[in-house]
Design a protein around this ligand. Structure first.
Ligand code: ADP
Ligand code: MG
Length: 627
């Protein structure tokens, strides 16, 4: 390598650095937490390697793993050194020069759109900027790192503008030293004097007390190193729990709920779980970082331990310390391990129980939670791993309702309001809350005083498709088959009325159907409409139009299904059509009307026309004849 090489940062990093350099984020102290957390991660990696890996000379080195802070008030520098795993030159480029985090783009877009381009702490917090946070307090950062088992070291320097330089360096032991050339202290803008022992000690105590390695300043160890998860609940303050969450999750916001768990008996395990307050940007990205770390007797074993938490709870963060596992445990072993299965079951129970409490005791918080995480939780109603907890999951569902616009309800509350003789929970799905609330399908139900739950997340199409039951009552979509409102008797009466009307309108229906033969499965009369003239329903076992769209969006080619067009026999348009038909069964207005009714019904359902040109022609036809 030449003496000093200049590299450009990846575009996203440049933008992120720019945000940090000009950040108005008030709590700038967190930069130290981020750097200590990185040092602690690097020590974890080395420690784990020593415990399980090849026994090289370095691996047997018994030097105490530690983090050392040193400040120089005259030079205005603060350095953070660890003797952890270190980085190779390529790793420095990859880890510090680029951001792999999914959701970066969304984050930056949201940051740019923020008023006055001042990024709210909230937004930064949701994303977690890690290493780059140091540019809030330093105008020049130097990093020297040497990878374990390698000879040479690398020096990285940046002033937080668009580029950094790399050069060869020396470091007598593996590890990483980060030297911050601090901006002048400016208490008014949250910039303290980070060369002051008093300031640094207080920050470490506040944010990093539980870090498992000594954080030293000279001879003094600043942190207690107590593993927060196996301390009795009564001994840990709310603040300590919060700081541990931030250390662990890279979220700068407080968690919504903290869940300490102690499992005793045939096996012993401790866990400390957190429900975040805000959904991360990448909740639905396959690259999202899963939240639970596995420890064995306080030794870090693995990040993102999928085996401990089902995918629909992937947003739960925390630590699980299983005392009886082997440190050498691999993912393959974990998948089959009975202990892990037992622990997981307990953890899921705890989390779902906490959410249930939240729902009961803090409705507003719960609704906020549900708005962000509900779509993920509902995956549990579809995925096999959620099967054992179906009832609990259904109990957690919150949905908009025709009962009270703007105030979502639970299934239990719905059941409590069911009319005498009502045996079904009526639901309707749609592409958006607005669309579904306007659907003509609701008319017959609301007119008769039946409440309908309104769902608009894509996942709703899938789990509701299965018609689950809640407290013995099936959830049925009113957009499917022949679901009619009312008691058995009312439905029979309605069916009889429709039967009478069909005798009268049967030939007209056949005529209308002939015009849209290829587009619908059937044209029939409906008792579910009161003011609209037409609506679409799916046949009993067919995919709904929205389900079809969803599958198409997912890149699948669903089998073409034709919907059923239902017409309102009491609508004035039907009377007119009947008269036109009686006068001349070949009147071109009949075919044009059929196309318009179908188009209208599509617009009410999906907001889109499958064949806009045909709709336009039919509209012209009718207009010409009307004028
Ligand atoms: P995160 O910690 O969330 O991955 P950061 O921005 O804090 O994001 O750090 C980026 C990456 O840089 C880390 O994932 C790690 O690979 C590397 N890194 C940072 N600090 C150190 C360190 N002290 N020792 C080794 N690697 C480090
Ligand atoms: Mg980090």
């Amino acid at each position: 390598m030449s003496a000093s090489e200049r590299h450009e940062f990846q575009a996203e990093v440049k933008q992120l650095l720019d945000l940090m350099v000009h950040s108005l984020y008030s709590d700038k102290d967190v930069f130290l937490r981020e750097l200590i957390s990185n040092a602690s991660d690097a020590l974890d990696k080395l420690r784990f390697e020593r415990l399980t890996g090849a026994a090289t000379a370095e691996a047997n080195d018994t030097a105490d793993l530690e983090i050392v802070l040193s400040a120089d008030a005259a030079a205005r520098t603060l350095s953070i050194a660890d003797n952890g795993i270190g980085m190779t030159r390529d790793e420095v480029i990859k880890n510090i020069g680029t951001i792999a985090k999914s959701g970066t783009r969304e984050f930056l877009a949201a940051a740019k759109a923020a008023p006055g381009k001042t990024v709210s702490p909230d937004l930064i917090g949701q994303f977690g900027v890690g290493f780059y946070a140091a540019f809030m307090v330093a105008d020049r950062i130097e990093l020297v790192t040497r990878k374990a088992h390698q000879a040479g070291a690398t020096r990285w320097i940046s002033t937080g503008d668009g580029a950094y330089t790399l050069e060869e360096a020396e470091r007598d032991r593996p590890g990483t030293t980060i030297t911050l050339h601090l901006k002048p202290a400016d208490e008014e803008h949250g910039l303290k004097d980070y060369t002051s022992d008093r300031v640094v000690d207080a920050i470490v105590k506040h944010y990093s007390d539980f870090v498992a390695y000594p954080i030293k300043r000279g001879e003094t160890t600043l942190n207690s190193m107590k593993a927060i998860w196996d301390r009795p609940k009564a001994e840990v303050t709310e603040d300590e729990y919060k700081e541990f969450y931030k250390h662990l999750s890279h979220d700068w916001n407080d968690p919504l709920r903290t869940i300490p768990v102690k499992i005793e008996g045939t096996l012993e395990a401790y866990a400390l779980l957190y429900v975040p307050a805000k959904a991360p940007f990448d909740l639905f990205s396959p690259e999202m970082k899963r939240g639970v770390q596995l420890y064995v007797k306080r030794v870090f074993v693995m990040d993102e331990c999928k085996e401990l938490m089902p995918s629909y709870l992937r947003f739960v963060k925390g630590v699980v310390d299983a005392h009886d596992l082997s440190l050498n445990v691999s993912r393959e072993i974990l998948q089959k391990d009975r202990q892990i299965a037992v622990i997981r079951k307990q953890l899921v129970k705890k989390v779902l129980g906490t959410l249930d409490e939240l729902k009961r005791d803090a409705r507003e918080d719960y609704l906020g939670f549900w708005a962000g995480f509900g779509p993920a939780l509902k995956e549990g109603l579809v995925a096999p791993e959620g099967a054992p907890d179906q009832d609990k999951l259904l109990d957690l569902v919150v949905a908009a309702t025709t009962h009270a616009a703007g105030s979502p309800t639970t299934l239990a509350e719905y059941v409590g309001r069911m009319k005498d003789g009502q045996d079904t929970i009526y639901v309707l799905t749609g592409t958006s809350q607005e669309a579904v609330a306007r659907s003509p399908l609701l008319e017959g139900f609301t007119a008769k005083g039946y409440e309908v739950l309104l769902f608009a997340d894509p996942i709703d199409e899938i789990w509701l498709e299965r018609e689950p039951s809640f407290q013995g009552k099936p959830l049925k979509s009113i957009g499917r088959g022949d679901v009619q409102p009312g008691t058995e008797d009312e439905r029979k009466a309605a069916a009889a009325a429709v039967e009478d009307q069909r005798r009268e309108l049967g030939d007209l229906l056949i005529c209308l159907r002939a015009a849209i033969q290829d587009e619908v499965k059937e044209v029939r009369l409906s008792s579910r409409l009161t003011s609209s003239s037409a609506c679409l329903v799916a046949d009993e076992h067919d995919l709904t139009p929205r389900m079809q769209k969803l599958l198409e969006q997912l890149g699948q080619a669903p089998p073409p299904v034709r919907p059923v067009l239902e017409l309102n026999p009491t609508h004035p348009v039907m009377a007119k059509l009947k008269a036109v038909f009686a006068a001349d069964s070949t009147d071109p207005r009949l075919a044009a009307s059929a196309k318009l009714l179908l188009g209208q019904a599509y617009l009410a359902d999906t907001g889109q026309l499958p064949n806009p040109a045909a709709f336009g022609q039919a509209l012209d036809e009718i207009m010409l004849r009307a004028m």
